[in-house]
Design a protein around this ligand. Structure first.
Ligand code: PGA
Length: 249
């Protein structure tokens, strides 16, 4: 694991954007793994502005998102498809047909949907760079604590903590889904590079567990200790609980 501690969230986003830009410069038809949530929004803002400045082109890029709520319409503002369009896809020259999310509607078989998503990743020769956030409970994607470290794309029930953490994003009259399709931990581990972004004090404990704790399904992100090319971008607050912090500075 390469641990990079930066001053603030803006620097984390800038550094993540540098990684994405460098990849696409080297490989214009790169396959990107994308994440939703509050943390990567500032990364997407930077990518949009670099696109507008002519520094980066998504014309031949394919993307796979980590997760999507179960049985949600694309037009629902709470769907991750909607999120991706709002923050990235509708503002750059990516072709929507090259953007994939693990979806499953009521009446569809989640197992079949999961296998089809995995097959599509394989067909495009795998993910070059997977962007990740981390949940306060150590989840990556919606792989909640106790998820199998070898899991593939499948349906998961969200934990109480994740539902509580995400409830801030829902209005009172909006239904908060409690199930989602998510790339598995094994799927994430197959990415050639993994770039995990964590900012804010709410993440400090999970970050410490991920980096210095035991490899354990109780902290799914700890599996990245075994990834060959995992880069962890932290702001000071997220790095604050790290044991032996001085070592990483
Ligand atoms: P957040 O979510 O960026 O909204 O904190 C991260 C995650 O749950 O993976």
């Amino acid at each position: 694991m390469q641990i990079i501690i930066l001053e603030n969230a803006a620097q984390v986003a800038e550094c993540a954007a540098d990684w994405v830009q460098a990849l696409i410069e080297k490989k214009p038809n790169a396959v990107l793994g994308l994440a939703t949530g509050s943390t990567p929004i500032s990364l997407y803002h930077k990518l949009v502005s670099r696109y507008q400045d002519g520094l980066i082109s998504f014309a031949n890029v394919n993307t796979f998102n980590l997760d999507e709520y179960y049985d949600i319409e694309e037009s629902n503002p709470q769907s991750y498809r909607y999120f991706m369009r709002k923050y990235l896809f509708d503002h750059v020259n990516i072709k929507l047909k090259n953007t994939f999310l693990p979806t499953c509607k009521s009446g569809q078989n989640p197992r079949v949907q999961g296998v089809m998503f995995e097959d599509k990743i394989k067909q495009l020769n795998g993910i070059d760079l997977q962007i990740l956030g981390i949940g306060a409970n150590g989840h990556i994607g919606f792989n909640e604590p106790t998820s199998s470290l070898a899991s593939r794309t499948r349906i998961k029930t969200l934990t109480k903590q994740t539902l509580t953490d995400n409830s801030r994003l829902f209005n009172q009259n909006e239904r908060q889904p409690n199930m989602a399709m998510t790339m598995g931990i094994g799927t994430i581990m197959d990415a050639r590079y993994v770039l995990l972004m964590a900012t804010g004090k709410n993440k400090a404990e999970a970050v410490n567990q991920m980096i210095t704790g035991p490899l354990s399904a109780n902290c799914p992100a700890s599996v990245l200790q075994q990834h060959e090319n995992a880069v962890i971008l932290l702001d000071r607050e997220a790095a604050n609980a790290l044991e032996d912090k001085g070592y990483f500075l």
